[in-house]
Design a protein around this ligand. Sequence first.
Ligand code: URA
Length: 223
Amino acid sequence: MAQDIAERCEEMSKPENLTIVEHPLVQHKLTLMRDKNAPTALFRQLLREISQLLAYEITRDLPVTHRRIDTPVTRMDAPVIDGRKLALVSILRAGNGLLDGMLELIPSARVGFVGLYRDEKTLRPVQYYFKVPTELRSRLTIAVDPMLATGNSSVAAIDLLKEAGARDIRFLCLLAAPEGVARMREAHPDVPIVTAALDERLNEKGYIVPGLGDAGDRMFGTK
Ligand code: URA
């Protein structure tokens, strides 16, 4: 599988803005989630756990400053995260599954939501909800959606975040299809993508293959 991923990345000349987190814990948990027999509660728990491992990767270069503190032993200048509180933006509804785990790790993050549905006639994403933190211009903004499939809704969500002032945006997903990565690269080459896996392709219904099915349905137990 690792070799497959490497080959696929090479084939599509892996864009610099794509990071695949190939950590064994991430890959193990992802395999459990892909299994169609995984119960809803387990799926949700694994998504929460993976979201924290992906969050670790996507925040690894956050700027730090130093604060003078007293440990029980001595005084020291210790690192703390610098700058404005970052913004986590969930692309509804499946984004909430990633958001919950990330908020446990970054409890002071500001939170936004983008709701989009697909117009059946034009097949284009239409906004039905948009609420984001203030001062996006000066915050690192991490948009989250488990599945980067066609890329249409992710691109539209990032369009909206840019219109709202966001300048430093990253995108975090669980699974990506080559089609979605290409679409994002074309529309938003400045937005780095972090994912647990780059799958083979989309099928005729727009599902990622091999994928894990409908992420929203699997995490919320709907059909
Ligand atoms: N959205 C999903 O939930 N699953 C897919 O495979 C593609 C888009």
